[in-house]
Design a protein around this ligand. Sequence first.
Ligand SMILES: [Zn+2]
Length: 350
Amino acid sequence: MAVTRRALLRGGFTVTAVGALGATIPISAGAAGEPKAGPNAVARPTMHGCAEWGARPPNGTIQVLDHKPTYIVVHHTAGGNSNDFSLDHAFAISRSIQDFHMDDRGWIDTGQQLTNSRGGHVTEGRHRSLEILDGGTRHVMGANVGDHNSEIIGIENEGLYSTVDVTPQLWDSLVRLVAYIAQQYDIAPSEIKGHRDFNATECPGEVLYGRLPELRDAVGAVLGTPVTQPYSWPLLKPGASGARVLAAQHLLRARGAAVPTDGVFGTSTFAAVRKLASANGVAYEPCYAGRVADESGFVGSTTWPLLVRTVRAGDSGDVAAAARTLLANRGERAGGDVLVDTAMWRRLLS
Ligand SMILES: [Zn+2]
């Protein structure tokens, strides 16, 4: 059912969004570093600045870095899936996030650079984000992806997308916005990421994260650039089961954790992952847009590099057992001579 639904959505996108984009967004042919204005530039989407939505002044100096961001990161706010698609509601969401980030997190301003509402309205997050994005050469330092804020520009998408899809308005707006950012900074579609590609978090939700390949394709089509889909470490959390969980359990045992090898992500696996992350100095970096469940024991992008190491499939021990589990799951040969290095782990786990 999921495949059918996804295919239908993709078909729907082709009809509606490409039609709309085709009418308003000509293909970009600008060379790297060239001014972005002109007949071949991606049109600047409507973006509402801090003054429009009534932002509070920042509680400190906005840091502007003298380089472009490397990645565009998609988040969800993990808040309610409102059916109020108005501009006023988008402004209210922006104010509420800013209040949370300044009053509860103690940050100088909103953490993300941009916010996209379920009605498809884009607002400025951290002050100066629009001015610097339009300039296309520098980067407003935000606070939305732990340990990576100097290299990412983040978009908070209103709602929770763990089990349900985004609205068509949010999606179309996201495609336009990401295409514009990609053009301004010459960022390849392969560098469009989800928050979970950097931190072990659910964000931007299983459903929205699952649509990132489609987002890269759509942005590539707008920009007229080829698209390479990157491999990514999977996110495993309580309730998950199967070969990847079993592999993670073998890898945890190889690191000294007394977890079962039942292929079911239970409480002892969660506790072992949290302990491993803590012992290796991996800061707990959940998504800060909203208040979310405890994600400290999720297996994600910061966990796998601590777990995998190069082995041959025929070696003894738990690491090789994990490799054989994944090879068998893929229907691939698990002969003793098969070398499983980091690239191979990434491919087998993706
Ligand atoms: Zn996030």
